[in-house]
Design a protein around this ligand. Structure first.
Ligand code: ADP
Ligand code: MG
Length: 742
């Protein structure tokens, strides 16, 4: 007998096992049982759906069958008519051999094949088929599971393999505690596996799926609850604000009023940092809602209390900009220890990977001595030789690029566990927050500061004559009024791969970006048809260099200062370009998405995104957030290649609303679940196999509740060995993914 971890090669034939491994990365019994039917079909289903070119899978009865000798070739040909009672279809085999004995009138079988036309009649040439007498194993089935083909294995071969595995499978150990199964009305694991692969009704399928999704949510929430429990056991130094310190001085010179949200969140952070349990808080906020000020005020509190604060940014451009803007906001408060600086001031230090050795050494010294109260940096901050005098607060900006492990690595640099504040780039739905940041408390900034001008967004199809040129004329008009423009491209040079910072969306709908029809769990949008896995080659994308050359040559932009920015420039060069742009010495900045997160140049009023269909919805929302910041109405133009492409719902959605929550929903709906957790682009097996983070809201909430209860009673899960094993497998997988990423 077998368990779920048994290698498939021990159960199936070598040919099948190899197929599963190479085509779908399915290597164990458990993997195969996780390969869910794409849909279920009743044996009564009809052939009505058959149209030329369509691929059908249908149950039908052989009505008549004839063989005849062919004139041109040797051998005999089999022609048959199959019917489902309402519609007939011809089937043809050019060699009757091996078929004529099986496809006898009255035989019922599951047929699959591509419909073609011959003499004006629809037919299936050489369909695959499996006789129902074999398939049913004598029992009558009301539902036939249809699997996506695995390489060239048809659905019924997959069915046979799955059944073989199910027959030999031992009772699978239960991970969900008995009382939870009862309370949530969930079936046991073994029944669920059978319910998914050999159901007798759709009701059974639904209940089985629910149970498997629940288990996934539950294991995840238990892992998070354990993490939370551990965190609440930790003790640290309370960082109590000092009246008359940096924070008060900063507030006194703030050129604007804080929004109510900023003030409220500020109070929460102050209160949590004043406790001797480390804070773990997620700050969500709409693009432009002013998260940076909130974070800076918390950092000043940390410094006032005698500690240091670190701000971790995802890119060098953003780290440099934070460093610059924090310096500017603090003014002489950032010149502590310097002649003419404020007495209560501190120092703000930048640390990135590409800094010249001398300034790097100086920065490391300031960090170690505590002279630098505020340290801004990239992941270079996480490296081993960086040591802090007394790290009190870690702020992680635009979290989606950092994993839990990176947060932990920075936490490890403190003598006492630091307080942690994580900020997301765009707001995210509640259940996603619960799933991805489930070990943290959440605060949300929902209002924008007063006086923000609206951003108008238009979609520009490039193939409409004159539209693209009109775009550049608009850019020139803005510049003529003293404003500036961004032009964002998905890659750097013509010969390059898409830029590493760009999350390229494949325009091909079959790659899974567009389609989620609700029941294709774990599906990559493919077909039932065997052997259809390759996507068409991507078309050339706009590059920074080419667009820059085009713009410089464009008479509409004559005399404008057009420059480029991308991740491959040297750090000083990047910095110089951003500085010049911020100072208004560059009119049009052609760049990759290095400017995506957080860059803040209030005078920029236009954003043009080339090949906008290749960017994710949230990414476009982020990009658009770079304009309309300085009280000037913003304009965002989303250029795409035009008709002949798939309809651009994504772009229309971005144009239709500026509500970040709504857009992140749309965005997430279009991704595979693995992408939500930021893992699948690293080639790691999707972290969530069955759970739909958006749709399964109720289930996730229930799982969270149950998980908290179980963990509060049995923190190390000693009474739940199977659950403990699943939880640690999950944590290990995450760690492995982290190591793989480097
Ligand atoms: P995000 O939340 O997207 O990170 P930022 O922190 O970059 O937004 O803030 C966007 C801009 O709004 C900055 O220029 C910042 O100085 C400004 N800002 C922040 N808070 C306020 C406020 N209460 N009133 C006016 N402007 C503000
Ligand atoms: Mg920001």
């Amino acid at each position: 007998m077998y368990s779920e971890s048994t290698p498939l090669s021990k159960v199936l034939g070598k040919r099948e096992a190899t197929k599963f491994r190479t085509a779908r990365d399915i290597t164990t019994v458990g993997d195969l049982l996780g390969y869910w039917p794409r849909r279920y079909q009743s044996p009564e289903s009809n052939l009505a759906a058959a149209t030329v070119g369509s691929y059908i899978v249908a149950v039908a009865e052989v009505k008549s069958a004839t063989t005849r000798t062919m004139k041109a070739r040797r051998g005999r040909m089999l022609q048959a008519v199959i019917t489902d009672g309402t519609k007939d279809l011809e089937i043809t085999f050019f060699s009757a051999h091996g078929h004529e004995g099986k496809l006898l009138p009255g035989t019922r079988a599951l047929f699959a094949g591509k419909v073609s036309a011959f003499n004006n009649r629809l037919q299936l040439a050489h369909p695959g088929y499996s006789l129902l007498s074999d398939f049913d194993r004598g029992e009558r089935r009301d539902l036939i599971p249809i699997y996506r083909a695995v390489g060239n294995l048809h659905t019924w071969t997959v069915t046979e393999c799955v059944r073989m595995v199910l027959d030999l499978l031992d009772e699978t150990p239960e991970a969900i505690p008995e009382q939870v199964l009862d309370r949530r009305d969930l079936m046991d694991r073994t029944s669920a596996l059978r319910g998914i692969h050999t159901p007798t009704s759709m009701k059974e399928v639904t209940a089985a799926r629910r149970r498997m999704s629940y288990e996934e949510a539950f294991v995840l929430q238990v892992a998070l609850a354990q993490r939370r429990a551990r965190q609440s056991q930790e003790s640290t130094l309370a960082r109590v604000p000092r009246p008359g310190g940096l924070l008060d001085a900063f507030d006194a010179r703030l050129p604007f009023e804080l929004t109510t949200g900023q003030r409220d969140v500020g109070e929460t952070l102050t209160a949590e940092m004043a406790r001797d349990v480390p804070m773990h808080r997620l700050l969500q906020g709409e693009v432009g809602s002013g998260k940076t000020v909130v974070a800076l005020r918390a950092m000043l509190t940390a410094v006032d209390a005698g500690g240091q604060a670190a701000l971790l940014a995802p890119t060098e451009v953003l780290a440099a900009q934070h460093h610059r803007s924090i310096g500017a906001m603090l003014g002489d408060l950032a010149e502590g220890g310097m002649l003419g600086g404020s007495e209560i001031g501190t120092r703000v230090t930048l640390l990135t990977g590409s800094m010249p050795t001398a300034s790097r050494r100086k920065a490391l010294l300031d960090i170690a001595s505590g002279d630098a109260g505020i340290v801004v940096g990239t992941h270079a901050l996480i490296q081993e030789h960086v040591s802090f005098q007394d790290l009190a607060l870690v702020v992680v900006d635009e979290q989606h690029r950092f994993g839990v492990e990176q947060r932990d690595a920075l936490r490890g640099k403190a003598t006492h566990p630091p307080h942690v504040l994580v900020m997301t780039a765009t707001p995210i739905p509640r259940t996603v927050a619960m799933t991805v940041f489930g070990d943290m408390e959440t605060s949300t900034l929902s209002e924008l500061p007063a006086g923000r001008a609206p951003i108008t967004t238009h979609v520009v199809p490039e193939d409409r004559p004159g539209w693209l040129q009109r775009t550049w004329v608009r850019v020139a008009e803005e510049v003529a009024q003293g404003r500036q423009a961004y032009v964002v491209c998905p890659r750097i040079g013509d010969d390059d791969e898409p830029d590493a910072d760009t999350e390229i969306f494949d325009a091909d709908p079959s790659s899974g970006v567009g389609g989620d029809d609700g029941d294709d769990h774990g599906d990559d949008g493919g077909h039932d048809e065997p052997g259809e896995d390759e996507a068409p080659p991507p078309r050339p994308l706009a590059s920074v260099h080419r667009v820059h050359a085009d713009l410089v040559a464009n008479p509409a932009l004559a005399g404008l200062r057009v420059e480029i920015l991308h991740g491959r420039l040297a750090a000083e060069e990047k910095d110089a370009v951003m500085r010049d742009f911020a100072a208004g010495d560059i009119d049009v900045l052609v760049s990759t998405t290095v400017i995506e997160v957080g860059v803040d140049v209030p005078n920029a009023s236009v954003m043009v995104v080339m090949d906008a269909d290749r960017f994710g919805v949230s990414q476009l929302h982020q990009l658009r957030g770079r304009v309309g910041r300085g009280g000037l109405p913003g304009l965002c133009l989303l250029v795409h290649p035009g008709v002949g492409e798939a309809p651009h719902e994504r772009l229309d959605a971005v144009a239709a609303t500026t509500d970040g929550f709504e857009l992140s929903r749309i965005d997430l709906r279009q991704r595979r679940e693995g992408d939500i957790l930021g893992s699948s682009q690293h080639g790691v097996r999707s972290q969530l196999q069955f759970l739909h983070v958006l749709e399964d809201e109720e289930l996730i909430e229930a799982a969270r509740e149950d998980a908290l209860e179980v963990v509060s009673e049995d923190a190390d899960l000693s009474a739940h060995p199977r659950l403990a094993a699943l939880v640690s497998a999950r944590v290990d997988a995450e760690q492995a993914a982290y190591l793989e990423r480097g």
